[in-house]
Write a protein that binds this ligand. Structure first.
Ligand code: KIV
Ligand code: ZN
Length: 514
């Protein structure tokens, strides 16, 4: 095949496996926003959720299926009739629906979890695929824990589901156990032994428990897999899934070696990563490949010298190719609305006049206290002003007394359901006192799982970005706030988490996927 035409399909599971990351729970609006961004990015398939898991999951998948028309929309279902029927109900209005059904195949899972024989499981896998095919010809099947499954039994199962009608067969490394050479051999084995393998696309879905998810996915591509399942920033169950940006950029940068391309518009990668971080509050480590803060920062003098002489000396891809603008210094106190609006466009935000106005008001307030406004500051304002969720709780005012003599005290006014309430809290420090005041006013007492502060840009006048993670009913929810004053940012982050939690309260998860 012509190398230019050889294409690997990108199956994004940020909204399903990714949402299983601690703290990554998203509400319907947030899921829709991510789905639209994934469409803009050019992913081939969006796994929008697991409709039987909860009513919230069902509604989110259904809404995405209705509104996001370009990519295929997949819904996950265990290998039983109720799950498959529910999955179909959620995606039946999609332009390109796909049912993804799965059952465990390893002896470990069969013995300890399913308590079923190989023959029984094979029968159920076939029945599930047959039922899914009665709704749509676009059916994917996954033998869960495939990489710890007996290879010959795995071949029998793959052959059986293809014969029944599965058009994609996914080989998941569910527990992140396999290593690249071995995975390559397993894919070779499947191609050698499964007689009808040419009738289906072979997919892989790798978890990162040994830090090998991307390497394993790429090894599988080298050996014939034509679909890769991955998530933005590599979020997902436990250590996460294979990171989409890493797979896509590895295939693009090393097409000399792999000879494949993807349909991803790489210039939207950075914004997709930032959007996910803003929504979930899950930060990206600074040294993370492709999208980390240091991914394109050259510290060594020798490297800098080489780069000045010729970029290719130390740069294998450009920041621009993944959507990092490179010009970070933006605007100041005297910049007008037009300049701000033009700059937002350059950063990739297409905002309407009303939203530009809201961003501009906050921009002016910030420019009064901060000399230089950077892209990151502007981005933080956009997320707070434009993409904010409905708010049951709002911060009205906050006064904090602290120091090495006084008992830290926070006096606070908040709006709760439109009514202004005032109270005070004490604590071991100003943040602790602020959170105590919020708890009193809102009459809530969720367990605080995590509190993290970082500076969005350099300097003591930088915006402080705070992430707060609260635990509710076995799930965790994150909130974020950005302000020059870190105590105010902390209050906003806590309140944002409470508001996001409101959406999840009614959505009780009945089922969890491994
Ligand atoms: O990791 C896994 O095995 C899964 C399946 C549902 C594909 O997420
Ligand atoms: Zn998974």
């Amino acid at each position: 095949m012509d190398a230019k035409k050889k294409r690997v399909l990108i199956f994004d599971t940020t909204l399903r496996d990714g949402e299983q990351s601690p703290g990554a729970s998203m509400n319907l609006d947030e899921k829709l926003r991510i789905a639209r961004q994934l469409e803009k990015l050019g992913v081939d398939i969006i796994e929008a959720g697991f409709p039987i898991a909860s009513d919230g999951d069902f509604l989110a998948v259904q809404q995405i299926a209705r509104e996001v028309r370009e990519p295929q929309i997949a819904a996950l279902a265990r290998a039983n009739a109720a799950d498959i029927d529910r999955a179909w109900q959620a995606i039946k209005e999609a332009a390109h629906p796909r049912i993804h059904t799965f059952i465990s195949s390893s002896d470990i899972h069969l013995k300890y979890q399913l308590k079923k024989t190989r023959a029984q499981v094979l029968k159920e896998a076939r029945a599930a695929v047959a039922r899914a095919c009665s709704y749509t010809p676009n059916v994917e099947f996954s033998p869960m824990d495939a990489t710890r499954t007996d290879w010959d039994y795995l071949c029998d199962m793959v052959e059986a589901v293809i014969a029944t009608g599965a058009t994609t067969v996914n080989i998941p490394d569910t527990v992140g156990y396999i290593v690249p050479d071995e995975f390559g051999s397993l894919i070779d084995y499947l191609f050698a032994k499964v007689r009808n393998i040419g009738k289906a696309v072979i997919s892989v879905h790798c978890h990162n428990d040994l830090g090998l998810a991307v390497a394993n996915s790429l090894a599988a591509v080298k050996h014939g897999a034509l679909q890769v399942e991955c998530t933005i920033n590599g979020i997902g169950e436990r250590a996460g899934n294979a990171a989409m940006e890493e797979i896509v950029m590895a295939l693009a940068t090393r097409k000399d070696f792999y000879g494949f391309r993807t349909g991803i518009k790489t210039e939207h990668i950075y914004q997709s990563s930032r959007l996910l971080t803003h929504i979930t509050g899950i930060p990206v480590q600074p040294n993370k490949a492709i999208v980390g803060a240091n991914a394109f920062a050259h510290e060594s003098g020798i490297h800098q010298d080489g780069l000045i002489k010729e970029k290719i000396t130390y740069e294998i891809m450009t920041p621009k190719s993944v959507g990092i603008s490179g010009t970070h210094l933006v605007l100041g106190k005297h910049s007008g609305r037009h300049a701000v609006s033009e700059h937002l466009k350059k950063m990739g935000y297409k905002l309407n006049a009303g939203d530009v106005k809201k961003v501009f008001v906050r921009f002016k307030e910030l420019a009064d206290v901060k000399k230089e406004i950077f892209d990151e500051d502007l981005e933080a304002i956009v997320y707070e002003e434009v993409y904010k969720i409905a708010e049951r709780y709002k911060l009205v005012s906050l006064t904090v007394l602290s120091g090495n003599v006084a008992v830290p005290t926070a006096t606070m006014q908040m709006e709760v359901d439109g009514k202004t309430i005032q109270d005070a809290g004490f604590g071991v420090g100003p943040v602790d006192a602020t959170f105590a005041a919020i708890r009193k006013i809102t009459k809530t007492n969720y367990h605080l799982l995590k509190y993290a502060v970082s500076a969005i840009t350099g300097g003591t006048d930088a915006l402080g970005e705070v992430m707060v993670q609260l635990k509710y009913n076995g799930r965790s929810v994150a909130g974020r706030g950005a302000e020059p004053d870190v105590i105010v940012a902390s209050a906003k982050a806590y309140i944002n988490a409470l508001n996001r939690l409101e959406f999840l309260k009614g959505d009780v998860k009945k089922v969890k996927v491994v």
